[in-house]
Design a protein around this ligand. Structure first.
Ligand code: MCA
Length: 487
């Protein structure tokens, strides 16, 4: 089945029902008509099945129109993090080789010279005058629906090819396991440019037919007000959002909790203490689950049954999980292994990177790089990663990418970027620099701000005489001085 066929469970079958609260309420029929018109606009501009379209937009109606139009035309949708700056955008533009980038009037200047830039405002104006008839290209569930860029240990991000089937089984699984129905009210503040917002948020909405309030982004000063006003029954968030929600005044939190059915957390580890504090304030046990851009959702705590603090739960239906030791043998329960996955949720490979794709699989099993322990009753607990990864506010950061960037800057002889704990964001990157001659931390920070997404800019630039290395020359990041330095 393709995504348009699945989305018709709501777009056609619930035509007159309230669908989306944005600047005003929209019915599923209105969302459907907007998608049809946008598909005409894209087809008229020459887009055809298999072409890539990069979309560099904050959450907005046009984002949804473009995604739905692309799925109907068989166009491969490439969501681009709006915090990305020229270096990151240039890489995606070169790699995905898109027909165009869609930006808006506010953020178009962030797109470096090169790709064609289409303005969302112009597309919208054209769409208003386009017909509402359907343009559906012939394609099937194996057709790529999106390229989702995810960084690798090499520093350069790779496009994970996610098919219509990958997204479909993901959303159907979550709808069944988390009991999402059309009676739900989903508050979605996650960015749609990542699979958490797109594959879990947008798709659960479109398939279940629930009512969704979408915001441009999560704003911690406004989040409680949105909840009191919209009275959601369902919220998907990253741990940073839950930490923010702990500052809500007790009576407001109690009222929000009284109307809520389910809070879900993912994209980064949820500290057990946050889960406990949240339960005390809102009267809900957050349901933690585990996913990746390459696989969408894999493992989840149960809706009914024990939601175990610190654990990501049990494999979702149709997802095969193996926890293997370095020799490829099953790790005994209670001992650490590396997670390998199989299932129709797992992507087929990286865009135009056969070697990286081959390296990502072992005997047909996707190698996650995540280290885990399985309990005798089947619950998985993540314990870290095989590779160097920092997760800050739910955004993935590969230190290697920042290190390579710093090494290109004047005055830098050596650089290492390491995670330091942060109570709000979980982790933040800190750079340790061995200067060559004069190194100016302020200039380094300014260079990072221009070229890298804000969440990748190191919180501090610590000048050191040398980096701790093993006899073989490998940097020992755990021996770097803690930051901020103990006073
Ligand atoms: C963050 N910032 C943004 C946005 N999000 N700016 C514009 N639009 C956004 N959507 C920037 C701010 O400008 C600011 O930059 C910094 O982030 C922190 O902003 P603040 O208002 O203080 O936000 P916060 O209360 O700390 O919350 C941060 C956040 C953000 C909103 C929770 O971290 C976030 O949206 N996280 C979600 C990431 C996500 O969706 N990950 C899913 C990946 P400055 O620092 O320069 O001032 S998919 C995945 O991991 C897998 C598949 C999975 O399992 O889900």
């Amino acid at each position: 089945m393709t995504l348009p066929e699945l989305f018709d469970l709501s777009l056609t079958a619930r035509h007159d029902q309230p669908a989306l609260d944005w600047d005003r309420p929209y019915t599923f029929g209105e969302i459907d008509a907007r998608a049809s018109r946008m598909a005409h606009v894209l087809a008229r501009r020459g887009l055809k099945a298999g072409d890539r379209l990069c979309v560099y937009l904050p959450n907005c109606l046009e984002f949804i129109d473009l995604f739905l139009a692309a799925t109907r035309l068989g166009v491969i949708f490439v969501p681009v993090n709006i915090l990305y700056r020229d270096r990151e955008i240039r890489h995606i533009a070169g790699d995905a080789d898109p027909v165009a980038f869609v930006a808006n009037e506010t953020n178009r200047d962030a797109i470096p010279e090169g790709p064609d830039v289409w303005l969302a405002e112009e597309l919208s104006r054209e769409a208003a005058a386009a017909p509402e008839t359907r343009t559906v290209a012939v394609h099937d569930g194996d057709t790529p629906a999106a390229l989702v860029y995810t960084s690798g240990t090499t520093g350069a991000s790779k496009g994970a090819i996610l098919t219509h089937n990958n997204f479909a089984v993901n959303a159907l699984n979550l709808i069944a396991c988390w009991r999402v129905t059309e009676a739900d009210r989903l508050l979605l503040t996650l960015p749609l440019f990542h699979v958490h917002g797109l594959g879990n948020g947008l798709h659960c909405w479109l398939i279940s037919g629930c009512r969704m309030r979408l915001t441009e982004r999560f704003e911690h000063q406004k989040a409680a007000g949105w909840m009191l006003d919209f009275q959601p029954t369902l919220f998907f968030g990253v741990p940073t959002m839950y930490v923010r929600l702990l500052s809500v005044e007790a009576e407001a939190a109690r009222r929000i909790g009284a109307g809520m059915r389910l809070f879900v957390s993912g994209s980064a580890p949820l500290p057990a203490q946050t889960l406990e504090d949240f339960r005390a304030l809102y009267g809900h046990t957050i349901l933690e689950r585990y996913g990746m851009s390459e696989t969408l959702m894999n493992i989840s705590n149960p809706y009914v049954g024990e939601r175990r603090p610190g654990s990501v739960g049990l494999p979702l239906p149709g997802v095969s999980v193996r926890n293997l030791d370095p020799d490829g043998n099953p790790a005994p329960d209670g001992e650490t292994g590396e997670l390998y996955l199989k299932g129709s949720n797992v992507f087929g490979g990286y865009w135009r990177r056969p070697e990286a794709t081959e390296a990502a699989f072992r005997d047909g099993w996707f190698r996650t790089g995540d280290i885990a322990v399985r309990s005798p009753d089947g619950y998985y607990t993540l314990q870290g990663r095989r590779s160097d990864l920092i997760i800050s506010g739910g955004f993935n950061i590969y230190p290697r990418e920042i290190e390579e960037f710093l090494l290109d800057q004047p005055g830098v002889a050596e650089a290492a970027v390491a995670a330091q704990p942060d109570p709000l964001r979980g982790e933040v990157p800190v750079a340790y620099v061995v200067p060559r001659g004069e190194a100016d931390p302020q200039a380094l920070e300014a260079a990072c701000r221009t070229s890298l997404a804000s969440f990748k800019v190191p919180r501090a630039f610590v000048l050191v005489d040398q980096l701790p290395r093993t006899a073989l020359g490998k940097i020992q990041k755990h021996l770097l001085p803690p930051w901020p330095p103990a006073s």
